[in-house]
Write a protein that binds this ligand. Structure first.
Ligand SMILES: *Cc1c(COP(=O)(O)O)cnc(C)c1O
Length: 348
């Protein structure tokens, strides 16, 4: 069986999500979020996060990120994020567009996690200098772009530096559920209890069709978000069809079941690849994404065998493997087996 490990968004949506959309599609409902489904999403997310949250549904992760951050920074501000972050590398100029031209500054740190000491240094440069942009917000990704996960201590270290300077913190949770299961903590512990003010609560990669939620813990930041979302073209008129996806995602812990499958398949993949001669694990996978370096010729061999994954975008031999809620065990086993076969043929 040949499987693709290209990304988790190559999978479709869970059946119960489609079912929920079909049911919500019956009859009439008030538009633009003035419907009972949207109210229910806020209730369910408040329960999940154990506090009263403000929720703004949007249809892409990019919109969730840039709208969240637009509520945090003046146009002369700078937003500090990791230099390999999705915000900086994969959202075109949406960050500048939505913030009205704020500066996004990349901070270093191992495994795509921001180094708190570097962050502190950049934050304290040129404060009050009218010639320089002024640090105004911090954004971290959980799961990170290389498949690592910030521990709770590491989140606290970053938010501690931000808070000391009075800066709000955003979390890009495109893979929120995968990270949460990796840490084994509660949603509250990974967010507001750790100093996060807004999270982009991702659901699309883990089972919905197109539903992402901006979840705001800091009331002051929610004040203008409804206007920003409308201005940015993300106030859906048939909002209930978006909200019904999120309801299905939160019902019976579908988010957990789906992320468990994705993470378990990656754990299986990693354990298998570790025993194949010639393969180097670059960043140990904690959730559902793995970067590793394959010996010469192996990537081409696996691609010719019919497997799919991204390669050629990084240093020579580096590939990215991502599992999803739909990844079958047999597919992972077949992949590892093919890698082993190649290594044997090559006498590695
Ligand atoms: C996929 C992803 C997003 C959201 O991307 P969209 O394509 O806009 O939905 C945001 N952040 C990270 C880290 C992602 O992997």
């Amino acid at each position: 069986m040949k499987v693709a490990f290209t990304s988790d968004n190559i999978a479709g949506a869970s059946e119960s999500v489609w079912q929920a959309m079909m049911e919500a599609s019956q009859g009439d409902a008030m538009p633009y979020g003035s419907d009972e489904y949207t109210t229910q999403v806020t209730r369910m997310l408040s329960e999940l996060f154990e506090c009263e949250v403000d929720v703004f549904m949007v249809s892409t992760g990019t919109a969730a990120n840039v709208l969240s951050i637009s509520a945090m920074t003046p146009v002369w501000g700078s937003v500090l994020c990791h230099k390999e972050s999705h915000l900086l590398c994969d959202e075109s100029t949406a960050p500048e567009f939505y913030t009205g031209g704020a500066r996004f500054v990349g901070i270093g740190g191992a495994d795509a996690k921001m180094d708190p000491a570097l962050l502190e240094r950049v934050i304290n440069q040129k404060v009050g200098d009218v010639h320089s942009c002024q640090p105004s917000a911090v954004s971290i990704s959980q799961v990170t772009e290389v498949g690592s996960v910030y521990s709770l201590e590491e989140i606290h270290a970053v938010t501690g530096v931000a808070k000391a300077a009075g800066l709000p913190v955003h979390m890009d949770g495109a893979r929120f559920a995968n990270a949460l299961l990796a840490l084994g903590c509660t949603p509250a512990q990974m967010t507001w209890k750790a100093g996060v003010d807004i999270v982009s609560f991702g659901a699309t990669k883990n089972g919905t069709m197109s539903a992402e939620a901006i979840v705001v813990f800091n009331k002051a930041l929610a004040k203008d978000l409804a206007f920003r979302r409308k201005r940015g073209g993300h106030l859906l008129s048939k909002m209930r069809l978006l909200s019904s996806q999120m309801i299905a995602y939160l019902t019976d812990e579908l988010w957990r079941t789906n992320a468990e499958q994705a993470n378990a398949m990656m754990a299986l993949m990693q354990a298998g690849l570790q025993t194949v001669p010639g393969i180097t694990i670059n960043t140990p996978a904690q959730a559902n994404m793995l970067f590793c370096t394959l010996p010469e010729g192996m990537a081409d061999y696996l691609l010719a065998e019919g497997f799919a994954f991204y390669t050629g975008r990084w240093e020579k031999g580096v590939v990215r493997l991502v599992t999803s809620f739909r990844t079958p065990k047999e597919g992972v086993e077949a992949f590892v087996e093919s890698a082993r076969q190649f290594a044997q043929q090559q006498g590695l």
